[in-house]
Design a binder for this molecule. Structure first.
Ligand code: ZN
Ligand code: ZN
Length: 339
């Protein structure tokens, strides 16, 4: 039934090559998506470099997918039809039978099906996904803008809305990169007094353009906590920076009962003393991404408030270049492949 192009790595750690693959019809409960755009996320490194268990090569990463349904497998509910605009993010389906799934808490399913890990992902013209992975893209949001919301967007949007922060509370966003630049805009739109924290005075203007009410320069990490306390203390810090030293440095900037929500990954341990947590009753927690419904909520909120990721786009044929630019931290701010 024809072929499609995909950017794959033949073996762990190899460079990307664009190859032709045979199209296969979607199995029961699955749909085939004609991919229009796919974000390049730093987490793709875990698939490309064989860091996660159970990976198979050749491998096509990509878990920030946006496109249109091209084919519907049998048993797929008729709410999904050919032509529908859909996105698929980090949440690429869940097992449905484990305890969290039976409790309706699908995102912490231990058998979570992440595109690029459980099945080939979106660095391709075509991808087949289970229907429970689908999020509807609203009118007014382009595929390029929708794609990064499936991971970078939903992670920050959901991290904020699942925190204890209420409108008027002070919320600090650590890092204003691929995740943080969206987080600042979400925090402002959610009605929080928003503090952006990043390294260097040069980012202050960008933080203000995003709507941040305050900017804290974290060049000297030891100065961050006192800067937050001078603003009254943060009720929530959303840590998007992949830097444990910078994350740990925010804890003493939390208000009593303040909450540190960690979404930035670093192999280095956090350094937090129990004493920093106990008397002020502070909370430190991790936050995963969000389900397909959460992605849909993120996209609807983004469309309603005019929030778009700042993207750099390259055609699928230049997947390797896009991936290398992301790795080198050169992409401003989300790298997106287009077909
Ligand atoms: Zn991601
Ligand atoms: Zn499950």
């Amino acid at each position: 039934m024809g072929t499609y192009r995909a950017a794959q790595v033949a073996a762990a750690g190899e460079r990307f090559a664009v190859v032709d693959r045979e199209l296969v019809p979607p199995g029961p409960g699955h749909v085939r998506i004609a991919v229009e755009a796919c974000g390049v996320c730093h987490s793709d490194v875990y698939m490309v470099n064989n860091v996660l268990p159970g990976l198979r090569y050749p491998l096509v990463p990509g878990h920030e997918i946006a496109g249109r349904i091209a084919e519907v497998g049998e048993g797929t509910p008729d709410v999904w039809a050919v032509g529908d605009r859909v996105g698929v993010g980090w949440f690429g389906g869940s097992c449905g039978v484990c305890t969290p799934c039976r409790q309706g808490d699908f995102i912490v399913c231990p058998h979570l099906k992440v595109p690029g890990w459980a099945y080939d992902g979106g660095y391709a013209e075509s991808v087949v996904v289970p229907f429970d992975a689908l999020a509807r893209i609203p009118d007014g949001l382009s595929a390029e803008d929708a794609a990064p919301l499936g991971c970078a967007g939903v992670t920050t949007f959901n991290g904020l809305r699942s925190s204890g922060a209420r409108p008027g509370d002070r919320v600090a966003i650590l890092g204003i990169g691929g995740l943080g630049h969206l987080a600042v805009r979400y925090a402002v739109a959610m009605g929080f007094e928003t503090i952006a924290i990043a390294r260097g005075a040069a980012k202050a203007d960008f933080a203000k353009e995003l709507g941040a009410h305050h900017y804290v320069d974290s060049s000297d990490p030891s100065a961050v906590a006192s800067a937050l306390q001078s603003l009254g203390g943060a009720n929530v810090v959303l840590a998007t920076a992949a830097n444990s030293e910078a994350i740990s440095a925010t804890v003493d900037g939390l208000a009593p009962r303040g909450e540190l929500v960690v979404v930035g990954i670093d192999a280095v341990p956090l350094t937090i003393n129990p004493g920093q947590l106990i008397m002020p009753a502070r909370i430190v927690r991790g936050h995963p991404s969000g389900t397909a419904q959460d992605v849909e909520d993120t996209m609807a909120f983004s469309a309603l408030h005019g929030i778009r990721p700042v993207n750099e786009t390259l055609p699928l044929a230049q997947a390797d270049e896009a991936y290398q630019r992301m790795l080198a931290g050169q992409a401003r701010f989300r790298m997106v492949l287009t077909t």
